[in-house]
Design a binder for this molecule. Structure first.
Ligand SMILES: O=C(O)C1=C[C@@H](OP(=O)(O)O)[C@@H](O)[C@H](O)C1
Ligand SMILES: C=C(OP(=O)(O)O)C(=O)O
Length: 416
């Protein structure tokens, strides 16, 4: 199904709208794996409604009865379950996913796991899911060296299983390290679950130990919050929204959106229960330099928003976008060009977005490429012109109530 989105309904909600964000899928999926490794010692409150989390819950709950585990399009579930089964399964299992998941690389993680004794083979193409995993016999090494520039999820997966290994694990991350806040999140949540580790720059050592009994509550999702920063950035001065459940201190690196959006004229104020956003200023800067190395998931929020505000961007750290739910670089290039904005890579590793000629024709159709962030990143452009978003169900991966929340704020959504 598609949605045609018009700016606001006739009866625009002038009161401050309060949004119940989904809770973090990244935190939820880590806690679920740690709980499974601990023998169910972790009580988790506020698990995410995201499909990625609901899928992992279902697979872990039915672990005894299943032989094939289909993670659909959940990258974290794919990578975390691979490591989890590699060290804990008592039977032979197969892990698979969507067609796109079968094109997302996993060879680096598989090689690392094999190097410590895991038995894993590829069902189809070498380096890609589906994988067949046999039960772990003996740890053959306690040291791993792994590249940090492809996906941090491989490293998080290895960190979480490290305490369960008889000899523990020493992980050397080869720089450059992309998505580092996600590695810090893993270590932070492990620490809250009673795990001790030592870290010396890129070297992390974890001895054999048990996860401890603990109670943990998942925070609201900052990546989901980012779309609201974009909406407020593109609204008239004085427009506000209250985002429930966000705190000033977070494990989620995507909370950097609050700082990025300052240049988009959005101010924020943390209150007891969340954060209040307000459009307080006109946009002053014509060009911004941004590095997405620590926050790749924000790219699809920030680029369309900057385009509509006529801010040119010079960017680094976009490399990992090519292997996510879709090739996000080409998806962004295609859809931004419909607004007359060009995203180019003049030098390897440096991207430019030209926004000064942003033009919003009526009824632009946005393709979403089976990628939730394409739908949510472009939807706020309805504040500029009526737009049509294709395949609206994609948002379920991380933010199932996204469209209802837009309506609550006052957007007019028409099914097409
Ligand atoms: O560990 C995580 O929860 C995630 C890590 C990031 O992936 P990469 O490490 O592959 O960049 C991010 O893009 C993804 O949405 C969630
Ligand atoms: C990249 C993402 O997720 P994953 O890699 O877990 O599929 C995302 O949610 O933007």
């Amino acid at each position: 199904m598609n949605y045609f989105i018009k700016q606001y309904k006739n009866s625009i909600n002038q009161e401050i709208c309060s949004i119940n964000l989904p809770s973090s899928k990244s935190e939820s999926n880590r806690l679920l794996i740690m709980n499974a490794l601990s023998g169910e010692k972790i009580t988790i409150e506020n698990l995410s409604s995201a499909r990625d989390t609901q899928t992992l819950i279902r697979l872990l709950k039915n672990e005894k009865d299943l032989n094939t585990f289909d993670v659909l399009d959940a990258g974290t579930a794919m990578r975390f379950l691979t490591a989890y089964f590699a060290v804990s399964t008592k039977k032979e299992v197969v892990i698979t996913g969507t067609e796109r998941m079968q094109k997302r690389p996993i060879g680096i993680l598989v090689n690392a796991l094999k190097s410590i004794g895991a038995e894993i083979s590829y069902e189809n193409e070498e380096g890609y899911p589906p994988l067949r995993i046999k039960s772990f016999q003996k740890q053959t090494s306690s040291k791993i060296s792994i590249p940090g520039n492809i996906s941090s999820q491989y490293i998080s997966a290895l960190l979480m299983i490290a305490p369960s290994l008889p000899q523990g694990l020493e992980i050397n991350i080869e720089p450059p390290v992309f998505s580092k806040p996600y590695i810090d999140m893993t270590l932070g949540l492990m620490q809250l679950s009673g795990i001790q580790y030592s870290q010396n720059d890129y070297l992390i050592s974890i001895k054999h130990q048990n996860y401890q009994e603990s109670k943990q509550s998942v925070e609201s999702d900052w990546s989901a919050a980012s779309y609201w920063f974009s909406i407020i950035a593109q609204s008239e001065i004085g427009r506000k929204v209250f985002l429930k459940g966000l705190k000033s201190k977070s494990f989620q690196g995507d909370n950097v959106i609050k700082d990025i959006a300052k240049d988009f004229g959005v101010s924020f104020q943390f209150q007891e229960n969340g954060v209040l956003l307000e459009k307080t200023d006109i946009v002053r800067k014509k060009t911004l330099k941004l590095d997405f190395k620590k926050c790749p998931d924000l790219a699809q929020t920030v680029l369309p928003c900057a385009a509509s505000l006529n801010i040119d961007l010079e960017m680094t750290g976009l490399e990992s976008l090519r292997i996510k739910e879709t090739d996000r670089i080409s998806a962004l290039q295609n859809e931004l060009s419909k607004f007359n904005c060009q995203l180019t890579e003049p030098e390897k590793g440096t991207w430019k977005l030209e926004s000064s000629i942003f033009t919003a024709k009526e009824n632009i159709e946005i393709e979403t490429y089976e990628d939730h962030r394409m739908a949510m990143g472009f939807a706020p452009l309805a504040l500029k012109t009526g737009i049509q978003i294709k395949d609206i169900e994609v948002v379920n991966k991380s933010y199932p109530s996204f469209w209802e929340d837009l309506e609550l704020f006052g957007f007019d959504l028409i099914e097409q």
